[in-house]
Design a protein around this ligand. Sequence first.
Ligand code: ADP
Ligand code: MG
Length: 368
Amino acid sequence: MAKITLKNLRHSYYTNPKGPQDFALKEVDLDWQDGGAYALLGPSGCGKSTLLNIISGLLVPSEGQILFDGNDMTTATPDQRNIAQVFQFPVIYDTMTVRENLAFPLKNRGVDPATIDQRVYEIAEMLEVTDMLDRRAAGLSPDNKQKISMGRGLVRDDVNVVMFDEPLTVIDPHLKWKLRTKLKELHQRVGRTMIYVTHDQTEALTFADQVVVMELGEVVQVGTPVELFERPAHTFVGHFIGSPGMNVLPAEIKNGVAHFYGHPVELEGPIKEGTSGKLEVGIRPEFVGLGDTGIEAHVRKVSDIGKHTVVDVEVGEHRVSAILNGAPPAKGDIVHLQFKPSQTRLYADGWLATDVVPESTATGEDAA
Ligand code: ADP
Ligand code: MG
């Protein structure tokens, strides 16, 4: 097992890239700590598979380096990297039995037969496929084929990292949930580095301790699920994570105070020095409340989603969502919005532009 470092990585599928738009990966610097459970999350086409294939050695990057524990592996073959990769669609040998398929990666490395039997049995138990061990893979359903494919990725215990590239695409929803839970358990038991690629926030947030969010060939934030939810580093993360996502509203600074639609808005902390560009206020629907005073808004839609209500309002031409627990207003009502200051952030050209005052400093100032 190893710590994996990506250094100044850039990749273009063109031989003569003309500009940033020709790069599938624009500039990636990342450390994957040994033993971590990671998700790589982002919309289709943002460069997730490109990144994985560069780590596994299926692709050589146009620029930059890949280090395993500090050793340069940029041009090493996939075999030399000692990585297991599970793809979106099953990769198995149809003519072999399930048992032979699962045993193959071990046999290939010269593992002794007794250990092979034991490992194959453990993995088959985990995936609940023990009853099909002696069936030929050709006859299996797509679900089961993919399970075996995952099993082949998990069967070796000496790999540097196991990578899953949207592995549950062909799996039915109920089984999806089960397999995801199993992977998480497995990670906790064996402590091997795992990278799980998905465009689905629920999959990412339930599997991973650390989520790497990508957009347009760039990493926009690395954080725990809570960090991504609470303090998105970029408005993209605010939109992409959460349901509904973060409200991102046009802002103006007047005399050092942020304003939205002419109303002063109290922010979580000071605005970063040198902030300029397109300014926006970001506030999650969970932290928008209603009161007697505040920003006047018209209620356009009220959706009861069980535990709480999602209320969509309009402030001028701007839509704002609020998640409310108490008695909701009715469509057509006029309400007053209150943003929880500690959860209200400023963004400049998409990037977080407010600082939080560290608690120790705040106390120090109070005392002085
Ligand atoms: P993701 O896995 O996040 O959906 P990919 O890494 O597959 O994204 O693709 C990133 C970008 O690179 C996309 O614009 C895609 O069209 C392009 N791309 C991917 N593979 C190739 C290829 N073999 N040749 C040319 N362009 C490619
Ligand atoms: Mg992909």
